[in-house]
Design a protein around this ligand. Structure first.
Ligand SMILES: [Zn+2]
Length: 395
């Protein structure tokens, strides 16, 4: 989103096959990035030739660099066009201004502040203000307490609120109940002589899942980019709820060295691995070993985006690997360890904004943004809209 043709809020890509990039050429003076997920920060290095002022938390900067290098690696391996070159990534890493929560800074004449969004370490909601008014962009936000992070901070209200809508219309199951069902399923699988493959996103989910496993005394292997992300998190302990518990979880797990991956299949066990949506990564190696083993199980741990293997396997019972369609005949389960506020959390956040004087709510980031906007207009008596990609809004 571009505000006043000058400030760009987030600049990500959609991790589908092939990846999708933002629409419309942008020439921002400033860029503020809410958090280090691919769909929010993935294409920022592509802007480096315009030399914008770039702001984000130090964790987001480090995650952004890691993801950018991974994006290049994947694009190269698949023969796709690279969205940027390594020099851009280096520029991004050296020229980004890192800012902490609750510390205001100037971007293109706006006074800006980042607030803890509780979604992944370093995730922020962004507040902008100048003499003509104020705007808040929630980014991805979670108002619940998890093992890895505390809940999102309450945001100050603004004239305009851009709110995420991911879980509009859906309530989350109570977290502890979900954890217990997840743990019981893993134990039963391994006790029966099967492998429990646990695909998990590298950023946030791998660490959260390992903390749950440690809490219940389940030893596991951990593989994929979640290991590198852990090293980044370790460097920013102030952005974690309990850095010592995270360390404990990683020490309790066995870390897979890519060269010794075969060893993991020696005896039944639990394996936490990327990619969380089965779109590549070591998860594909493990799937190859267990896809037709009736004793094994695949336990998905988050939302599966349209166009990914994870979504395909949920809806159609098969996935694709190197152009081949492979039916999955092991058991498949989905545990929604979401890092987003649910329906009531989103509505409470919008209600707070409206109570504080917000005059326009803009719903973004979800499958049902227009339904959410209609609900807000009908129930909170405030103007709410759900723009499409490429739309311009005049206020
Ligand atoms: Zn996110």
């Amino acid at each position: 989103m571009v505000v006043d043709d000058t400030i760009l809020l987030d600049y990500g890509m959609k991790p589908a096959e092939p990846p999708q990039y933002p629409v419309g050429g942008v020439r921002p003076d400033s860029v503020i990035v809410s958090h280090g997920h691919l769909d929010h920060c993935g294409v920022v290095p592509n802007l480096m030739d315009m030399k914008p002022d770039i702001f984000m938390t130090p964790v987001t900067r480090d995650l952004g660099g890691l993801l950018a290098k991974d994006t290049m690696k994947i694009a190269r391996a698949k023969g796709q066009v690279l969205p940027f070159i390594i020099e851009d990534v280096r520029d991004f890493e050296t020229h980004t201004n890192t800012v902490n929560y609750n510390t205001s800074f100037d971007a293109s004449g706006y006074e800006c502040t980042l607030y803890d969004a509780g979604h992944i370490p370093g995730s922020s909601s962004i507040f902008l203000e100048n003499k003509s008014g104020s705007l808040v962009y929630t980014g991805d936000v979670d108002n619940r307490d998890t093992n890895l992070l505390g809940p999102a901070e309450t945001l100050p209200s603004a004239d305009i609120a851009i709110v995420e809508s991911t879980y509009y219309g859906t309530e989350h199951n109570p977290r502890l109940k979900l954890e217990a069902a997840f743990i019981n399923s893993i134990k039963a699988t391994v006790d029966n002589g099967g492998w429990a493959i646990i695909p998990a996103f590298a950023i946030g989910r791998t660490q959260e899942v390992l903390m749950i496993l440690e809490k219940y005394g389940i030893r596991s292997w951990v593989d994929g980019m979640g290991k590198d992300v852990y090293k980044i998190f370790k460097q920013h302990p102030a952005y974690l709820k309990d850095p010592e518990l995270l360390d404990k979880a990683f020490k309790y797990a066995d870390i897979v060295d890519g060269r010794e991956r075969r060893k993991v299949m020696d005896e039944p066990c639990a394996i936490v691995t990327t990619a969380g949506m089965l779109n590549g990564g070591p998860a594909m190696y493990y799937l190859k070993h267990i896809y037709d083993d009736p004793l094994s199980k695949v336990l998905l741990t988050g939302y599966q985006v349209e166009g990914t293997n994870g979504r395909m396997v949920l809806e159609r019972g098969h996935y694709e690997d190197k152009g081949r369609t492979i039916p999955l005949s092991t058991e498949l389960e989905l545990y929604d360890f979401s890092a987003h506020s649910d329906d009531s959390g989103l509505k409470e956040m919008v209600r707070n904004q409206v109570d504080g004087g917000c005059q326009l709510v803009i719903c973004v980031h979800g499958d049902r943004t227009s339904d959410f906007a209609a609900w807000i207009t009908d129930n909170l008596e405030v103007n709410a809209i759900s723009p499409d990609n490429g739309d311009q809004i005049y206020i």
